[in-house]
Design a protein around this ligand. Structure first.
Ligand code: 0X9
Ligand code: ZN
Length: 300
């Protein structure tokens, strides 16, 4: 069991997911969303109280050094399975949840065993390693805020979906795309809630609804510990960055509501978020997810 006062390794997380699938056989199944360059499964969990429900999809750990991201995804899994808060119980019951805490397993292991600040996957490109898995999706690939240089931390890869992780995960998501109501991608850090698209400051599609739902949800997030988030378009609020997962999920699969979270903090500790902030970060994130669901229901 996870205690939310520590970060966990890939092996810990996978063992924990196995345990849950055993303990909650009626509602939990393990799912494989894809495969990494080094051949590891991208393991996740599906929580379902019955067939035919709309889907909430959560992608964690695509950037391996952002350790709070897998932790927050695991916390949400844990709440959905163990909480007796009525809102949480209803959220668990009303949706099918697809949650992948670590979508860059090779990178995550590298940050634990070799280099804590590794961001990309671990595929070799000549003398360099790794493509940025949040620049490799086939939506405005290499258009903005991405690099064609394999030495760069924002190397987009040799082509769209060139990487096993994004290629396999995107085809997995495609099979359920028309059932997804909400897609969340967890990153750190900055305390921001980002909306597509990463290559333009233009407000496209349902931006108005999405930004309003997001702002209210960040109000809900702030209630517990007064943590402040900024909400808005990726290119406006943070920087131009195209080829990210949420851009493709919205642009290609037409999922109505997608958000990229930049979790705690705002730079004091950055990627090295102290363990005493894990639980508060995860609690307030859960608060905001419940609020998004509450609002999405009302918007229809
Ligand atoms: O640069 C990124 O990929 C994200 N910031 S991070 O510090 N976690 O690396 C922001 C990505 C937002 N852009 C898209 N999803 N397109
Ligand atoms: Zn990131």
């Amino acid at each position: 069991t996870m205690t939310w006062d520590a970060y966990y390794t890939q092996d810990d997380i996978n063992a924990w997911l196995d345990d849950l699938a055993n303990t909650y056989q009626d509602i939990v199944s393990e799912i494989i969303g894809g495969v990494s360059y080094e051949g590891r499964d991208i393991k996740g969990i599906k929580i379902s109280h019955g067939a035919g429900r709309r889907i909430i999809f959560i992608e964690g750990g695509i950037h391996s050094r952002e350790w709070i991201s897998p932790s927050a995804a695991c916390y949400i899994i844990n709440e959905l399975l163990t909480s007796d808060d009525p809102e949480t119980v209803a959220a668990a019951r009303d949706y099918d949840w697809y949650i992948f805490p670590v979508t860059n397993p090779d990178g995550y292991i590298w940050t634990h065993e070799s280099f804590r600040m590794w961001r990309k996957n671990r595929r070799p490109f000549g003398n360099n390693f790794g493509a940025d898995l949040n620049r490799n999706w086939n939506n405005n690939w290499l258009v903005a805020g991405a690099s064609s240089n394999p030495a760069s931390d924002i190397y987009a890869g040799p082509g769209p979906f060139s990487e096993p992780e994004t290629r396999s995960l995107s085809s997995y998501i495609s099979t359920i795309g028309d059932q997804i109501d909400l897609y969340l991608s967890f990153h750190s850090f900055s305390q921001m809630l980002l909306l597509p698209y990463g290559n333009t400051t233009d407000h496209l599609d349902n931006y108005y609804d999405a930004v309003n739902i997001g702002r209210r949800a960040m109000g809900a997030l702030s209630v517990r510990y007064e943590t402040q988030y900024v909400t808005g378009n990726i290119a406006e609020v943070i920087y131009e960055a195209s080829g990210g997962s949420v851009d493709w999920v919205k642009g290609h699969l037409r999922v109505p509501l997608v958000y990229c979270y930049e979790l705690r903090d705002r730079g004091t500790f950055g990627f090295l978020l102290p363990t005493d902030q894990i639980l508060p970060n995860n609690q307030e994130t859960m608060d905001s997810v419940l609020d998004i669901i509450f609002q999405a229901k009302r918007f229809g």
